[in-house]
Design a protein around this ligand. Structure first.
Ligand SMILES: C[S@@+](CC[C@H](N)C(=O)[O-])C[C@H]1O[C@@H](n2cnc3c(N)ncnc32)[C@H](O)[C@@H]1O
Length: 216
């Protein structure tokens, strides 16, 4: 399904506090290095147009939010939303989440990891490109604090089932999948993400789970 076009951020909008590119990253990604405080840090992989990070950061001012988005124009679009709202607890990185999670995020440092509607890579030979794979699951497990959450929503049943099976096999410390409910949508921004809105409006089933990492 084609994606709708993006509104360009105004040229005079200052994105310097809301968008970092991979050449300017701190040595570790943490609330301290990014936000200068020690609030719990939640990470979103693949923020797309940024509906989740923008809403979540405005609803939870006592947490920080970091979105990583590999397509530069989407990262910029999401950062522009945060900048327009002058958010002080959310920012975007324009880059590939996998090496950043593997190399720049300390063990047990995250409050939550969010992955919503990751690209499905339907063909079997392309499956290894999926953002949720063996190594990223092990990495996100390592980065979550005990009690920290992993949220995974998708409309691709095969991706959902494979990921739930893979987690049970390689990362049982994440515990059991806990079903999450959709929120009732009374207007166009009541959805968790743009892809959730698209699926629900097209009556496509969505599979939603949360994990809560055990102590051991
Ligand atoms: C299908 S879209 C979903 C966007 C958003 N989460 C939503 O639900 O509306 C998947 C997004 O993940 C991004 N993405 C894919 N691989 C990524 C990676 N390795 N690191 C960061 N973002 C990635 C894509 O560019 C795309 O914006």
């Amino acid at each position: 399904m084609p994606r709708s076009s993006l509104r360009r951020p105004g040229q005079d909008l200052d994105l310097s506090r809301h968008l970092i590119d991979t050449d300017n990253l701190p040595e570790t990604l943490s609330s301290g290095s990014l936000f200068g405080n020690h609030l719990p840090l939640e990470l979103e992989i693949g923020s797309g147009k940024g509906l989740f990070i923008d809403n979540a950061a405005s609803m939870n001012p006592n947490h920080n939010y970091l979105g990583i988005e590999i397509i530069a124009k989407y990262a910029k679009h999401s950062a522009a939303k945060l900048a327009r709202r002058q958010s002080t607890n959310a920012m975007m990185i324009s880059g590939n989440a996998e090496p950043l999670l593997a190399n720049l995020v300390s063990a047990e440092s995250l409050e939550a990891v969010h992955v919503y509607f990751p690209d499905p890579w339907w063909k079997k030979r392309h499956r290894k490109r999926r953002v949720l794979n063996e190594s990223s699951i092990l990495n996100l497990t390592r980065c979550l604090r005990p009690g920290g959450r992993f949220h995974f929503w998708t409309d691709v049943l095969d991706y959902f089932e494979n990921t739930v099976e893979l987690i049970a096999e390689i990362s049982p410390i994440l515990g059991v999948p806990i079903p999450e409910d959709k929120i009732p949508a009374t207007h166009d921004l009541d959805y968790r993400t743009h892809f959730e809105r698209r699926s629900r409006q097209n009556l496509i089933p969505v599979y939603r789970v949360r994990y809560e990492k055990r102590d051991r």
